[in-house]
Write a protein that binds this ligand. Structure first.
Ligand SMILES: O=C(O)c1ccccc1NCC(=O)[C@H](O)[C@H](O)COP(=O)(O)O
Length: 215
């Protein structure tokens, strides 16, 4: 099966269309005010309408409250919710129930213990996304979308349920990341940008082509 690709942090109609034309399987919209990729409910609803039926729509939240989750479910109508904060397994179960959507739980990885922590979410999250834990030297890091990779070797050879791989992926390194980890789904944001929050159509195309021709 070809690898699936999620392009995250889209915020303009042109870049959503470019991702869809290039064959993105999932498109992601970020709800995190401190992010350069943050979108409003209205923007996300408009962008999601362009993608509906062509790719799965993912709305990314960070420790979101019920009001935001209910508004996202009603106005954006995503296919999946990505929880990218410090949500507990209990909170993930609540999010799934409240929104009636499958939840992707992002696990921030630095070492083996972080990989093992994913097991706590096995019964409540539909999918685990392994992303890099930003190093302290990065200063004002976001909870994700920092363009930082973790040691892919931590996922090498493991027998684990389907997962997504993120963190510092680029058109140049995505094939190697897939080879090492066996990831069935890859997720990128910074690696297809010309500046934080500014998606680059050429890089989106190159990333999808590289991921889809890996293996
Ligand atoms: O993108 C953001 O600004 C962001 C903010 C807060 C939490 C998560 C965020 N992004 C996560 C992603 O875009 C992806 O799931 C993934 O982490 C890819 O990040 P990158 O290393 O930039 O490719």
């Amino acid at each position: 099966m070809p690898v699936e690709v999620k392009i995250c942090g889209l915020s303009t109609p042109e870049t959503v269309d470019a991702a869809l034309d290039a064959g993105a399987d999932l498109v992601g919209f970020v709800f995190f005010p401190k992010s350069p990729r943050n979108v409003t409910l209205e923007q996300a609803a408009t962008l999601a309408a362009r993608a509906r039926g062509k790719a799965r729509i993912v709305t990314l939240v960070v420790d979101a409250d019920d009001a935001l989750l209910e508004a996202i479910a009603a106005e954006v109508r995503p296919d999946l919710i990505q929880a990218h904060g410090s949500e507990t397994p209990e909170r993930i179960a609540q999010i799934a129930q409240l929104t009636a959507k499958p939840v992707i739980k992002a696990i921030r990885v630095k070492d083996d213990a972080d990989i093992d922590a994913a097991a706590d979410y096995s019964t409540v999250a539909s999918l685990i996304l392994y992303d890099a834990k930003a190093p302290e030297t990065l200063g004002n890091a976001l909870p994700g979308g920092n363009g930082h990779a973790f040691d892919w070797g931590l996922l090498e050879g493991g027998k684990r349920p389907a997962f997504m791989l993120a963190g510092g992926l680029t058109p140049e390194n995505v094939a190697e990341a897939i080879r090492v980890t066996g990831a069935p789904v890859v997720d990128v944001s910074s690696g297809v940008e010309s500046a934080p929050g500014i998606k680059d159509i050429d890089l989106i195309r190159k990333f999808i082509e590289a991921a889809k021709s890996a293996r």
